[in-house]
Design a protein around this ligand. Sequence first.
Ligand SMILES: [Zn+2]
Length: 251
Amino acid sequence: MLTDQELLRYSRQILLAQVDIDGQLRLKNSRVLIVGLGGLGSPVALYLAAAGVGELHLADFDTVDVTNLQRQVLHDTASVGLSKVDSALARLTAINPEITLQAHRSALDEDSLAEAVKVVDLVLDCSDNFATREAVNAACVAQGKPLVSGAAIRLEGQLSVFDPRRPESPCYHCLYGHGSEAELTCSEAGVLGPLVGLVGSLQALEALKLLAGFGEPLVGRLLLIDAFGSRFRELRVKRDPGCSVCGEHHD
Ligand SMILES: [Zn+2]
């Protein structure tokens, strides 16, 4: 059940017919893993905490650096030098003491990643490198967990949802398996804060829809954001039957 405090705190979203009390209860009973507490993970963690997602599992092995602050709005100047997880714990608790937070402060290897994915309902990939994205995707496919994936670099953003519970859904590897510019990181190529904020906010929105159980998720579709021209485009993406991660003939 929801307490009076919770009914008040979440009243503006409970007002939506698509959310209502039942949707809010589903959010309260949800566990989510956020991989990466940087530019994408900042709005994701802030919005999911504020919305009352019951348990947030936070994974990042990095510390806050002054060059992060231009875009990683979860952290502040006083947090420079702290672990990003500890900085996030303080900020998220201040925003919403009603939720539970779990910390993963060290880098996740294959076993710990599988364990971390197993205990949650949904994963948000907010990392900044191809190897992590591939590992997170493989764990989500193996455990049948939906994955909300976002990326932003320079003035370009991308977003998609991969849901192995749906037979028609591609996985991250179907789409990006042959490598891409995802190899470049923001620290090398540059990026604008509001663009990662936009992509992260859209990831949070997709996660809330999936968890509360309403709307049309971005499954089988890749959203491309061109910040230079202020244009959004959408590509259809199909499952690759020969995919080495989600295909029929994988081990
Ligand atoms: Zn695949």
